[in-house]
Write a protein that binds this ligand. Structure first.
Ligand code: DLL
Length: 432
């Protein structure tokens, strides 16, 4: 179902006109209200009148996560606090978090793009959505909540965690849609198994999963273990939270709601814009945000854009599944290694479970890559010889793709710590 055909199916020429009109307004506003942007514009020798076409976008300066930190907490805001009705913040693994303020109109816009998102995923007002994204400062919980209500579905705000209770409620309340991180969906599957509950006997049929990278192999694994069609959803705190893009049932890329978010792909090393189809870093500009408009935000997420019309009828651009981040790329003994690459390889191997940790260390100036991966119950209770053969297989498969030789440690089922939100897969002990 297409929630808002006017904007999701707009002829591209009309869409581009709308984007330009909105971009000009956003640019004028940040230039007038935000000293950070005014300085950045002046440094590039431009002002709002320099933006005459969408091609002029590349003249504008970038915004980075660091710029949010440098202007913490409210330095990038364009409205007085009395117009702000909500604040969210990103978890921020290092230093201060990113603060995201919303006006009442921003909340309306966010609910609208989330209603479009859930509708695109296949949800309707007849669905019962159990929302196991974390409620609180994280944008996942309330973002999905408002979108689900706007769509008219029944929302159960369970938040993340309390997995046994989640399963009990799923059974008792007739949940049809689960919304959570992909890694948490697997914890639900595992816990149901332990409780002796067959999830396929429930009404569950759809999962709207995101907030962390997950491979196609992970999707297959999830769909084998849960009776759901797993749909990928993308978003980030700096731009709005969840609701930037989502797959439709044909699952050939995530549609970006381009009347609100303008997307580009750049070469992360040179900052040059790349043509449609090429892979690089996603850069997003908000077109309608009031409290904190963002110009050319460098997401660090790696993807490509496809502007071909989709079979679902949407004309808006699609972004490919995120393959990694420019900053989560590990450089091990000079070789670039993406955690997503490791995940894809592991999940192709029979007997290995989708729970793993990537541990990097340095001994006597030499990088050491250790991969701990859980094996299935059957393999674990099997003969040692079989475990050894599996270990060798994992080692060889990884070495042939990555080009470096990792140490493999097969661990017993449930050895790797489970998280209810975003999974932490990489532990880097190196002091670089
Ligand atoms: O994770 C917002 C969100 C909530 C998205 C719920 C989807 C569902 P942040 O905490 O600011 O916001 O993290 C944003 O998470 O730059 C990506 O690196 C990563 N990410 C989010 N969705 C996906 C996805 C929320 N579908 C950062 N695939 C982003 C891969 C994702 N990575």
């Amino acid at each position: 179902m297409i929630w808002n055909p006017k904007y999701e199916m707009m002829p591209r020429k009309d869409l581009e006109e709308l984007q330009l009109e909105r971009l000009k307004i956003q640019v004028a506003k940040v230039y007038e209200k935000v000293p950070f942007y005014r300085q950045a514009f002046l440094k590039k020798g431009i002002n709002p009148s320099s933006i005459r076409s969408l091609d002029d976008l590349s003249k504008l300066p970038f915004t980075s996560k660091q710029d949010f930190r440098d202007n913490y907490p409210f330095g990038l805001m364009t409205v007085p606090m009395e117009q702000v009705v909500r604040l969210h913040a990103s978890s921020g693994t290092t230093g201060k978090p990113v603060v995201a303020p919303y006006t009442a109109n921003d909340i309306d816009m966010w609910s609208e793009v989330m209603a479009r998102t859930l509708s695109s995923a296949g949800m309707t007002k007849y669905d019962v959505m159990q929302n196991a994204y974390g409620y609180g400062l994280f944008t996942g919980g309330l973002g999905f909540h408002y979108g689900g209500e706007k769509l008219g579905a029944t929302v159960i705000p369970t938040s993340a965690g309390g997995t046994k209770r989640q399963i009990m409620l799923m059974e008792d309340l007739g949940t049809t849609v689960i919304t959570c991180t992909p890694s948490y969906s697997l914890i639900i599957a595992e816990t149901a198994l332990d409780m002796g509950i067959d999830l396929s006997s429930l009404k569950l049929k759809l999962g709207v999963l995101g907030a962390e990278p997950w491979s196609e192999q992970m999707r297959q694994e999830i769909e084998t273990k849960l009776p759901i069609k797993a749909i990928d959803i993308y978003g980030l705190t700096e731009i709005v939270g969840p609701g930037v893009s989502v797959e439709c049932p044909s699952r050939c890329g995530m549609h970006i709601f381009e009347d609100h978010f303008l997307a580009e792909i750049i070469d992360p090393n040179t900052g040059e814009q790349l043509p449609y189809g090429e892979t690089g870093e996603l850069v997003l500009t908000t077109l309608t945000k009031e409290a904190l408009p963002v110009i050319r935000f460098r997401t660090k997420d790696i993807t490509s854009l496809n502007v071909e019309p989709c079979e679902c009828g949407r004309t808006i651009v699609r972004m490919a599944k995120i393959t990694g981040r420019t900053d989560d790329m590990l450089i091990i003994r000079g070789v670039n290694v993406f955690p997503s690459q490791i995940e894809s390889i592991l999940l192709e191997i029979e007997g290995v479970e989708p729970h793993y940790s990537i541990i990097v260390d340095r001994e006597r100036h030499m990088d050491i890559l250790e991969i701990q991966v859980e094996v299935s119950e059957e393999v674990f209770s099997d003969e040692i010889r079989k475990m050894e053969a599996l270990e060798k297989k994992v080692q060889e498969e990884l070495e042939s793709t990555l080009g470096i030789s990792p140490n493999i440690k097969l661990v017993e089922p449930k050895h790797i710590a489970r998280t209810v939100g975003k999974a932490k897969r990489v532990i880097d002990h190196r002091e670089l």
